[in-house]
Ligand binder design. Sequence first.
Ligand SMILES: [Zn+2]
Length: 463
Amino acid sequence: MKKRFFSTMSILLIALACFAEGKAKYVFYFIGDGMGVNQVNAAETYLGALEGRIGIKELCFPSFPYVGLINTQSATNGVTDSAAGGTALASGNKTKNGALGVLKDLETPVTSIAHWAKDAGAAVGVTTSVSIDHATPAAFYSHVAKRGMTYEIGAQLPTSGFDFFGGSDFVKPQNPDGGPDLYAQAQAAGYTIARGYKDYQKKAKKADKMILFQPEEASKVEVGSIPYALDRTKNDLTLQDITRAAINFLMKKQSEKDGFFLMVEGGKIDWACHANDPAFISELIDMDNAVKVAYEFYQQHPDETLIVISADHETGGLVLGRGPYELNLKAVSYQRMSMDKLNRELNNMKKNLGEKFTWDETKKFLTENFGFWNGVEVNDDQAKRLENSFNEFKEGKGDAGRLSGTVKRVISECALIGWQSGGHSNGYVPAFAIGVGAEQFHGRFDNTEIPKKMAKAAGWEVK
Ligand SMILES: [Zn+2]
């Protein structure tokens, strides 16, 4: 009896050892830009509030089995920016704020986990909901002293040789020397450029390497990002589309290679939080929807897949609570558009309505699009501030931001959420993980550890 027990145990141990040696063949790295722990908490508490409850309704990725807390400070600053944060998350090296893919001497280049994966024979994708030359995606393929060098960053994209890129566009495609622009440079290096998801589907089969951008019409409105989830219309490219296309393309490529690495950035959680715009909640839920695409993939390949979600820093100094021991996140559910779109709409109204652009008309608009005076209780003081801001905008004493600024402050006041600033903070950011090697993402660690832990799970050499 005893003997049989031990032999069963040893078979179990051998099986466990074999399992532990399994490598992550498919590695997903999601980065919520500006996504501190309170941003995640806000989104889940908001979903609970929509069900009329106090407490959270679980999203997909925050429910993953392994959770860590991450330090984010950079080599030079107590509060990191996205360039230094991205470089740490991509390469495992701290650097100076503003620098991408180089050490704080601004010269010594460092390589990212995307390169390590490529060197190990994996297919590689780098994607984002903002422009492909923005700090976080750029940290995975470029090396520049200053993140503002967007043309130079874009020009380094084709030299990476990565298989798939996705984002809104290049923000500065024109060649300052008058030579071929960035689109032409990418095409010359073998990249096919698709505009929108349908165009991707048409072109993917014949493409050797792919760049997926949003349709040109969308770039005319905002070249720097795909639209906020709140502002999305039918033909807009989404982060889910980008994730789905990337998986599809990398699976095609990996048949001749060995597995894949895919980075997906939810870039506009940060933008909304910089603006103190409660639209960050729908942006975070939208990133969760993109993670769900990867999670479905994981369910089909559970013994070969690792999914890690983290962030570069917290943005806005967001807090849930303003003094009273209450929250009213349901107030956010009446918001129908981001502050960016509100500014565009207000400018259009002022231009098109002329003299008919009145406070009464504007009040009606605010009721329809933000639930003010109907669903969201607006007190006399808030009403007065809204009306004053309207008057200042109408009289030309300030731009549309004067009024949208008051609108977002009133939503936050009604929801009882607070903002410390329009910048970043050094609050802990979370890491969530599931799959092969996910148990490493447990406890408190530094942002520089994340790519190294992922590489270890995949068996890729850290360089
Ligand atoms: Zn950032």
